[in-house]
Design a protein around this ligand. Sequence first.
Ligand code: SME
Length: 159
Amino acid sequence: MAEDLQIAQGSKEDQYQTLLPQIKGLLEGEPDLIANLANICGALKEQFGWLWVGFYLVKKDELVLGPFQGPVACTRIKKGRGVCGTSWAGAKTLIVPDVEKFPGHIACSSLSRSEIVIPLIENNTVWGVLDVDSSELDEFDLTDQKYLEEIVKLLQYAQ
Ligand code: SME
């Protein structure tokens, strides 16, 4: 596919509808996990302009920072810690409308106000998370959850 992303205007739903096939195109035929994680971050950041979009990958008993777009971030998160570690422990997507109200939230950037974390699951095992931070309160909803979960399903852990 062309290297340029076609940026959509309109509702969030419209934006995801335009973005999803482009992300599929970017991943098609590319087996390298890091390349695919990196392009997903780039595509989401370019379309939505969020503060931070990135992946943490499970390595032994921690999440370790992977490809991302945005300000520098903390590199290691323990299971059950912060939003990412809680999503990992529960194998569930978490939407946090106000990060200051989430007990144990790990503030990588003082600009972050709301957050969504989607676990990457294969064979009932979480192997990483997609973390998205916004500088706006209450940025993420069920539309984000639906499409971001669909996007991470395109990834395959086995390399
Ligand atoms: N806020 C996250 C930590 C990662 S940064 O936001 C990039 C958390 O509480 O797990």
